[in-house]
Design a binder for this molecule. Structure first.
Ligand SMILES: O=C1O[C@H](COP(=O)(O)O)[C@@H](O)[C@H](O)[C@H]1O
Length: 246
């Protein structure tokens, strides 16, 4: 069974802090609910997850996670040098990874050192090694949890409108070069995201009202509207993004 956006569960919370707290609790329960083996989690980029990272880094929250079993990946990355202000990994490292006891070898930033195409292939190989196979198998998800954001143009991860990576059916990682956003990008593809037990969209702020409404309808004309998962899809939105507050 696959879940598409029309069948996503929507949870509207008071504000961005409440969304981040709920996501932190879900992160903790995802690890606890899988008491054996590694738990593979893909982080979202951009500004929205920063509150989540700060909450998870708090000692009272971080101690609830067995970090030795967590393997962290990224849904997308801006093709910039390590440490660049726009790097999604730099943001996660500063706010979260430098503050918790996750083994360095279990954090998998998307590489940005050769060419985007070569680095996409390298990252796919990293994912395949963690998964233990080169082909995705139905019923054996690549990710226990994928976090996603929502752009004001309807993109998610770096699946931007009009990009050829939207048509990718086989590769797990692709390249996008949107004219509407800074930097070339690496991104998980639809098939890689679909191989998941749980996908959670984090959507906050009143600038997301029009696109959140379309996402909730499963509008396939925006990239985020075409996300599917072999598990469940949850949208955590604040009241502002849901249009419930002026
Ligand atoms: O460029 C990106 O945008 C989206 C949304 O970002 P936000 O700043 O509005 O949270 C994000 O989900 C994606 O990972 C990122 O690279």
């Amino acid at each position: 069974m696959t879940t598409d956006m029309r069948h996503a569960v929507v949870d509207v919370l008071e504000d961005a802090d409440a969304v981040a707290m709920k996501m932190a609790e879900l992160f903790i329960s995802t690890v606890k609910d899988r008491p054996e083996g590694k738990v593979r989690i893909a982080l979202s980029g951009g500004s929205t997850p920063k509150k989540l990272f700060a909450i998870l880094a708090r000692p009272d929250m971080a101690r609830q996670v067995d970090w030795s079993r967590v393997e962290l990946f990224y849904g997308d990355e801006r093709y910039v040098a390590e440490g660049h202000a726009d790097s999604n990994h730099a943001s996660a490292r500063e706010l979260l990874l430098s503050k918790v006891a996750i083994p360095a070898g279990q954090v998998h930033p998307m590489p940005t050192t050769t060419t985007a195409k070569e680095d996409a292939a390298l990252y796919q190989a990293t994912l395949q090694k963690a998964y233990g196979a080169t082909e995705l198998e139905a019923g054996r998800p690549l990710f226990d949890l994928v976090m996603l954001g929502l752009g004001t143009d309807g993109h998610t991860a770096s699946l931007f409108p009009g990009e050829s990576v939207l048509e990718e059916k086989k590769a797990w990682v692709g390249v996008a070069d949107p004219s509407t956003a800074p930097h070339e990008r690496l991104t998980l593809t639809y098939p890689a995201i679909a191989s998941s037990s749980l996908v959670v969209f984090l959507v906050t702020g009143d600038n997301k009202v029009p696109m959140l409404a379309r996402l909730r309808q499963g509008d396939g004309s925006i990239p985020s509207g075409r996300i599917v998962s072999e598990g469940k899809i949850l949208i955590l939105a604040d009241r502002a993004a849901a249009g419930e507050r002026s």
